[in-house]
Design a protein around this ligand. Structure first.
Ligand SMILES: [Zn+2]
Length: 137
């Protein structure tokens, strides 16, 4: 198992990184920021169409916030600029997401958010309005 120790603890440090509280903040930011891709990919594969769940924007906001605080701490102007304004579209998308979801009708069968004036769930065909059968062609 010496090879594993050499891979995980090169130079006696975890992953060869000189750890500090701010290194943890920075790497946590990286992990959170990266996880948004996993979440978005999973949501897209699950629905078999391109989906950007609100979790993607929350993770973007949290991850970039952590990375911004790390870059400010490190006084790195390049990375401060890279994360200084990204929260604006993230927040805007969350607001739009929220408004959009409020106007939608949740399918009682599968939970899909259906457009405001739909009679049937686009995903499973279940009536989403009590009077849906009345307007069935
Ligand atoms: Zn449904």
């Amino acid at each position: 198992m010496d090879w594993l120790t050499n891979v995980l603890f090169p130079g006696g440090r975890l992953l060869g990184i000189e750890w500090s509280v701010w290194k943890v903040v920075g790497w946590l930011g990286n992990a959170v920021f990266f996880s948004r891709f996993v979440v978005q990919w999973y949501a897209t594969e699950k629905r078999r169409q391109v989906v950007v769940p609100s979790a993607f924007w929350w993770l973007s906001l949290a991850g970039s916030g952590l990375l911004l605080s790390y870059s400010i701490r490190k006084r790195d102007s390049v990375f401060i600029f890279a994360y200084a304004f990204t929260w604006i579209p993230y927040l805007r998308n969350l607001i739009i997401h929220h408004r959009h979801n409020q106007a939608h009708l949740d399918c009682p069968e599968c939970g899909a958010a259906c457009p405001p004036h739909s009679n049937y769930c686009f995903a499973c065909g279940t009536p989403v309005r009590p009077d849906a059968d009345a307007v069935k062609p």
